[in-house]
Structure formats: structure tokens, C-alpha cells
Design a protein around this ligand. Structure first.
Ligand SMILES: Cc1cc2nc3c(=O)[nH]c(=O)nc-3n(C[C@H](O)[C@H](O)[C@H](O)COP(=O)(O)O)c2cc1C
Length: 202
């Protein structure tokens, strides 16, 4: 091999290495943490994804955020927050199956639970927390200890709905709406972090 070709090849493999290191660094961890946190969500049209990312932001960005469709291995995390959007009173089948399969591995790590629902655009009260979290998500997760819980109001975007869901929603004369608030999600992230710190130091 000529000297020039050798140098060119070396330069190319060096650039490839730099690029792959950069790709690894694309994960969004603005701050370091002594504990590894994950937020897992199940969504159809994205409201729970946004809630999960904003919850992580409320935790100063220390949590890694996963869509349940990624089927993440959460055994490497110390603490986990779980949440999902609601259809027909339940989180998605995929999230239900994931939690059933991984319950043993993650139940003791769970430090927060949330649901995102429409609640016919009415404010959320204790009944929704009982129905969607205490009697549903908390059972799926197999948790017995009290952890911070939150039911957020979500949103409907017609253009994102499949045909069947679109007909159902329009059959209820439900307009498009957006009631998910970033500040509520940030506050919930802070609450989770503070509660966990208090338990550790208490
Ligand atoms: C087909 C369908 C069924 C729904 N069922 C419920 C329900 O049972 N209870 C509720 O409070 N909200 C219900 N909603 C409202 C959603 O929970 C809310 O719009 C949520 O933000 C949607 O999350 P997504 O963006 O992940 O789809 C339903 C919405 C759709 C489209």
C-alpha cells in the first residue's frame, strides 16, 4: 500500500471512530447523577412522551426516557418512573404486557407513576387517581409502597388518530384539545426527586 493511501485510510477510520463516539454522546444527560434514573412511557399519539420528557426535565435532566416500544432493559437503572396514556380506562396493551413481564425486576425501583387522560376535558380529581393509578397502573407495576402519583390531562389531535379512534372521538362530539401542561410535568419531576432524596436521608 502506498504511503498516501495508508494515511488516507488511517484518517478515515479515525473520523469514523470520532463519529461513533459523538453518536453515543447524543443521549441527553445534561447533569450527572450518582443514581441512574429512567422514565418509561406508553403512548399512542405522543402526550405521554411529552409528559415523560418534561418530567425528566423537572428532575434536572438526569433520567433517561424510554418509549415502551423500545422494550428497554431497566435492570441497569436504580430508579424508574412509569406512566402512560389512557384509552378505554387503561394504559396501552404494550405497556401492560411489558409491566407484566418485567414486574419482578422493576417493582422495587419505581419512584413515581403517572397517567395522561382526557377526562372529557374536566379537571382531574381523586376518582381518576384511584381508577387509573391505584386500581390500574400501580397494580400492573406490583408496587406496594406509596410513591408520588399524578394524573395529567392530555390532548387530542385529530390528524394523529387512526380511523377507528377518530370516529369514536368525533362520535362523542369531542373537539381537538390540548390540556397537557409542561409546568405540571416539571413540578411532578421535582416532587419525585425530592421525595426520593427525603427517603434516602430520612
Ligand atoms: C380512542 C380514545 C379513547 C380514549 N379513552 C379515554 C378514557 O377512557 N378515559 C379518558 O380519560 N381519556 C380517554 N381518552 C383521551 C386520551 O387519554 C388523551 O387524549 C391522551 O392525551 C391521549 O394520549 P396519546 O397522545 O398518547 O394518544 C381517549 C382518547 C382516544 C383517542
Amino acid at each position: 500500500m502506498k504511503k498516501r493511501e495508508f494515511l488516507k485510510l488511517g484518517l478515515l477510520s479515525f473520523s469514523a471512530m470520532t463519529l461513533s463516539n459523538k453518536l453515543g454522546a447524543l443521549e441527553y444527560y445534561p447533569n450527572k447523577s450518582d443514581k441512574k434514573w429512567a422514565v418509561l412511557y406508553g403512548t399512542w399519539c405522543g402526550s405521554s412522551r411529552d409528559a415523560a420528557i418534561w418530567i425528566s426535565e423537572g428532575m434536572d435532566g438526569i433520567a433517561n426516557v424510554f418509549d415502551v416500544r423500545e422494550d428497554p432493559d431497566l435492570t441497569v437503572y436504580d430508579y424508574v418512573v412509569v406512566g402512560g396514556s389512557i384509552r378505554g380506562g387503561q394504559v396501552s396493551e404494550l405497556l401492560q404486557k411489558y409491566l407484566e413481564k418485567n414486574r419482578e425486576k422493576i417493582s422495587k425501583k419505581i419512584r413515581g407513576l403517572f397517567a395522561v387522560c382526557g377526562n372529557r376535558m374536566q379537571p382531574v380529581g381523586p376518582e381518576q387517581v384511584t381508577a387509573l393509578i391505584d386500581n390500574h397502573l400501580a397494580k400492573l407495576c406490583g408496587i406496594s409502597n406509596p410513591v408520588p402519583l399524578k394524573v395529567f390531562l392530555g390532548r387530542i389531535t385529530y390528524g394523529l388518530l387512526d380511523e377507528e379512534s377518530s370516529k369514536m372521538i368525533q362520535g362523542f362530539n369531542m373537539p381537538e384539545y390540548d390540556n397537557l401542561k409542561r409546568e405540571d410535568c416539571l413540578a411532578f419531576g421535582k416532587e419525585i426527586l425530592n421525595t426520593t432524596k427525603q427517603i434516602k436521608s430520612g
